[in-house]
Design a protein. Structure first.
Length: 93
């Protein structure tokens, strides 16, 4: 496993962000992770039911630990990757 990989859960990989945000919603960021489907897909709506369920399970477990979740739409002009990925962001206390 790569040092960047935090965990693999079903159809998803959780990675440490290589270029983490310094601030989010006005708060300093304590941890910035990415949730990425193993299978390449460029749109959230193209994910399978299993991929969607796996991602939602990850979001729910990280939300309980104080993380926020963010995902850009496929048509968002500020999107930097043509591969679906979500951001899990935890503010510093």
């Amino acid at each position: 496993m790569s040092p960047q990989v935090v965990a693999e859960r079903g159809t998803m990989i959780i990675l440490k962000a290589r270029f983490p945000y310094a601030r989010w919603d006005g708060w300093r960021v304590g941890e910035h992770l990415l949730v990425v489907p193993i299978r390449h897909t460029s749109s959230f709506s193209d994910m399978t039911e299993l991929e969607s369920a796996d991602m939602m399970g990850i979001i729910q477990s990280y939300e309980a630990a104080g993380y926020s979740f963010y995902i850009r739409s496929a048509s968002n002009r500020s999107r930097t990757m043509a591969h679906v990925h979500g951001h899990l962001i935890k503010a510093k206390a």
